[in-house]
Design a protein around this ligand. Sequence first.
Ligand code: SAM
Length: 341
Amino acid sequence: MDDAAARDRPLGPADERVRAARGVAVRLGLFEALAEARSTAAELAARLGADADALEVLADALVCVGLLKKHGGRYANGDVAADPARPGESGDLRGDPPVAAGRPRGIEPRLLRAVRGFAAGTPSMPRTLSQELYRDAQVLGPRLAQAVDLSGRRRLLDVGGGLGGYAAAFCDAYPQLHATVLDLPGTVREGRRLAAQRPPAQQTASDRETEEGTGAASRLAFVAGDFLQDPLPRGFDVVLASDILHGQRAPDAARLVGALHDALDPGGLLVVREVLMDPERTGPPWAALFSLTLLAASASRCYAEDEVRAWLAEAGFVDVREAVVDSEPWDPNRVLLAAKT
Ligand SMILES: C[S@@+](CC[C@H](N)C(=O)[O-])C[C@H]1O[C@@H](n2cnc3c(N)ncnc32)[C@H](O)[C@@H]1O
């Protein structure tokens, strides 16, 4: 199986998140409730004492792996009775007694709390995850910079830009560009440290030829801030929002898109790099299961393309289109471009 097929394949119950989701469903009595009547997420939530939005994320992930079905917003039990990934083990996964009787493990307790409506607090991103994303950016950043033409642009703001990997890739590709990375204080400290270590070899030929002789690293600045609490800096002709919407709850994500609009000058370009869900929100599989991780961590989820487009329109963006990036098969992100008039 190639990487793309592996990414799109519905993950089996061996995936920790599937086991956790199934465990939460068993504990809540979700499968029994659906055996009695097909129901919407709101109906199920009222019956089971759960939060409707969180229950929908859970149910959509269970649809994704075949344990439930969804038609016209109503859920029913799916046809999968046994785990095809574990031949020889039989039994109905929905009623798996050990799941219900055992102590919740892994992300299951947090998922259960979120589905019951006791939302988790603001998550702090582990340092190792920032570094992992930075390593991804070393590979994906140059491809993004190739797909999104910033030739005429001079000031880029990378909101929630992590350790600055994508901003640095844009500075490498466009010698006239200055980038500012905004992130939480701890991440900014680490980003500054890494930027200072960027070897001169990463300067482009045109950097070496500019009159000031400035390298890409010297065109990269970091600013600490909270994009939900603090006003964003203004006066940019490009704003990059890479994988920051899915960590927020929907009202905050919508508000954040408005703030991205304010940060841009007229004629500015917004680049949204995101894991986008299908309109039904039951796939792609990677996104449906990642939504479980996000639900457990921060009571958020991945958003569907139409939701993101609606926020963009509401904020005043026009000419929304998708950029075609020659990305890696393991990268689940898509890229939307939007213009400020
Ligand atoms: C999933 S990471 C994406 C990092 C980078 N943009 C990328 O695509 O690799 C989300 C980033 O948003 C930052 N972040 C989360 N909440 C934030 C907030 N309220 N204010 C500023 N940054 C925040 C995190 O520290 C993290 O670096």
